[in-house]
Design a binder for this molecule. Structure first.
Ligand SMILES: [Zn+2]
Length: 91
């Protein structure tokens, strides 16, 4: 019986657009496994959570992802209101 969820299919992060895939050699699935649709980097850079870095609790990681998505939307709206392009908007 698997403790962790099966690794996700390859996906592109909805915030930064970086392709994400789980290494088939990664035996230690958990904190390093990205959860679609946000990559680990964006989740840690934009999200706020209680678990800290390397948190293995999937529910807290998803809460951090939702927080990251809300923060990016807020930052993009702030940039647009001030006449700038968003943080991940291409010129
Ligand atoms: Zn990302």
């Amino acid at each position: 019986m698997a403790i962790y969820a099966l690794p996700p299919a390859p996906f592109d992060c909805v915030i930064c657009g970086a392709p994400q895939m789980t290494s088939p050699w990664d035996k230690h699935r958990g904190a390093s496994t990205p959860i679609p649709p946000v990559c680990n980097r964006c989740s840690h850079d934009w999200g706020k959570g209680t678990g800290g870095l390397g948190d293995l609790n999937r529910d807290r990681r998803i809460i951090r992802q939702v927080s990251a998505l809300a923060e990016v939307i807020s930052a993009t709206a702030y940039c647009k209101m001030n006449g700038h392009r968003g943080p991940y908007e291409r010129a």
